[in-house]
Design a protein around this ligand. Structure first.
Ligand SMILES: Nc1ncnc2c1ncn2[C@@H]1O[C@H](COP(=O)(O)OP(=O)(O)OP(=O)(O)O)[C@@H](O)[C@H]1O
Ligand SMILES: [Mg+2]
Length: 246
């Protein structure tokens, strides 16, 4: 009930196995760091969880709801997808104001105007951008746009937040704000967070548990301190020490 689980997942493209996961389980309310070399399958893993990519086989347990991914219907998928937020490396904004961009998910969920107003302003306060509510979203700087992309998902309080290298192109000040907000959301709302990052100190700072993906497989999964100080597999030892050549 209180877990996100994947079982027996296989994703193949052009005869090549991209992702091969027997079983993995994420506990509600924890923050997970996902690391691994380029091409290891990290984004594919998040896309499968977010129902953006259908695996050849496998099942997803979403905090009590069990679905077979290969035969999942649109309607059932949508009700699960609406409980997830997804922030990619490069945000794409709708051609509308910042307020309307953040409000969109609430309008889909048919909340009334006064609720929408209150929740959008709360989300903008979290990311410290209330003063930009009326600006056109396509005129935001990269760092501002990424914080608005985060506000746009937080506003509907997803049970699960999926972050794919969300701070890769941000400056230190924006990274600090972004990290503070996701830590606050994780603690205050008990949101489960899965974050891909190539920034190892960031994974160490934020995550409770870390995963290492290598050639489509999860080869290490451990508490963050153990992950960095006593990695069990030699691939992770090479990766954390900067010796890995792919
Ligand atoms: N639709 C597709 N068709 C063919 N190959 C694909 C497809 N999607 C992903 N791949 C391949 O699967 C592998 C894993 O891709 P993925 O994007 O999951 O890697 P990643 O670990 O996120 O890498 P990075 O750190 O560079 O973002 C890559 O080699 C990629 O080229
Ligand atoms: Mg990726």
């Amino acid at each position: 009930m209180n877990r996100l689980e994947l079982q027996n997942i296989a994703v193949r493209h052009d005869g090549r196995t991209i992702l091969d996961v027997d079983h993995i389980s994420f506990e509600r309310g924890k923050m997970y760091g996902i690391v691994g070399p380029s091409g290891a399958g990290k984004s594919t893993l998040l896309r499968v969880i977010n129902l953006l990519e259908k695996p050849e086989r496998g099942s997803l347990g979403f905090f009590g709801t069990q679905v077979e991914l290969a035969s999942l219907t649109h309607a059932k998928g949508l009700s699960i997808q609406r409980q997830m937020g997804y922030v990619a490396q490069k945000p794409s904004m709708f051609h509308a104001s910042v307020f309307d961009n953040v409000a969109l998910g609430l309008r889909y969920r048919k909340l009334d105007q006064s609720q929408i107003h209150a929740l959008v302003h709360e989300a903008l306060q979290y990311v410290e951008l209330s003063h930009l509510a009326n600006q056109r979203a396509n005129t935001l700087s990269g760092g501002e746009a990424q914080r608005i992309a985060l506000a746009r998902t937080l506003v509907y309080e997803p049970a699960l937040l999926l972050l794919d290298e969300p701070t890769a192109s941000l400056d230190p000040a924006n990274i600090k704000i972004f990290e503070r907000v996701i830590q606050m959301i994780n603690q205050k709302k008990k949101t489960t967070i899965l974050m891909i990052t190539h920034n190892l100190p960031q994974a160490r700072r934020l995550a409770h548990v870390c995963l290492f993906l290598f050639h489509g497989r999860i080869v290490e999964y451990s508490e963050t301190e153990t992950f960095f100080t006593r990695p069990a597999c030699h691939e992770l030892q090479d990766f954390v020490s900067g010796r890995m050549i792919c």
